[in-house]
Ligand binder design. Sequence first.
Ligand code: AHM
Ligand code: MG
Length: 335
Amino acid sequence: AGRESINTEIVTLTRHLNEEQTKHREATGDFTLLCHALQFSFKSIAYYIRRASLINLSGLAGSSNTTGDEQKKLDVIGNDVFLAAMRSSGRVRVLVSEEEEEVVVFDEYPHARYAVACDPIDGSSNLDAGVSVGTIFGIYRLPEGAKGTKEDLLLPATELVAAGFTMYGASTQLVLTMKDGPVNGFTMDNGLGEFILTHPNMQMPKKRGIYSCNEGNSKYWEEPVKEWCESLKSAEKPYSSRYIGSMVADAYRTLLYGGIFAYPADKKSPKGKLRILYECGPMAMVFENAGGQAVDSKMRRMMTVVPEHIHDRSGIFLGSYEEVQKVIDVHKKHG
Ligand code: AHM
Ligand code: MG
């Protein structure tokens, strides 16, 4: 009696990764090491995001800018942190970042076996308002003899060995999935400094009346998209509309509650807005592995779409299986 009930059998991300590694007898530990470096970059970015609002709002802690240097924007910090972590892991050969025009090649590690695509801080236009932002990432295993060029990354998401995202919100949430594996959700415990497995084997609801898109673009939408959206609003029980404008936050809510997130290609942006390699592809893998669907504006399975260039964009619909099916059905009807 009088004993506090403290759970001492928690599964940290580190433990989870170790357990995964021992399941695969052929595993060399390279992938696990890469994930540890990823984990560190998420912790750092979370930390800098928290600190940045202090520095900017009240000029506290480390803001002394006597040299007149402009404070490094968080986008740049996020990118630098991510790149440094990936480089120092020694396991990454090539990397694509939203913040880098060209592919980044780590020539100091010619035998590294992985390629990484990422958006270090997605939704950064929301940062000053304290709205959640996130990091999206996808990891590919390089084939034997890969030369370490951008071609190594011009792959469909079906080739991903792992993908996921971290959301920097009221708490920091990490969602991680491996090829054909379950989707696991971790919550950062700031006291312990560890990601704790809080959402094992995430399965999203098959349907839910919530839609999430920038309806301000609707005048540019193609006919099937307009019809689909109208049908949600005129349903017997009309859908709720939720749009944060930060993909990771909108996607995380959709994953938990169900519904659909859409950023269609339209007459103004015929190729869509979101990027295939580090926004659409990894998200599609997470959603499919959680029992949902993801398609592009041509109603192709998102995971099969191959980018021609590293920063190529695509329209996307992702969410609960039945909600995405509705979009597909309306498009079929239009032929
Ligand atoms: P970014 O990579 O420049 O941050 O843009 C991507 C963001 C997504 O997070 C979000 O889904 C979308 O842009 C919102 O776009 P819009 O403001 O056009 O609705
Ligand atoms: Mg982005």
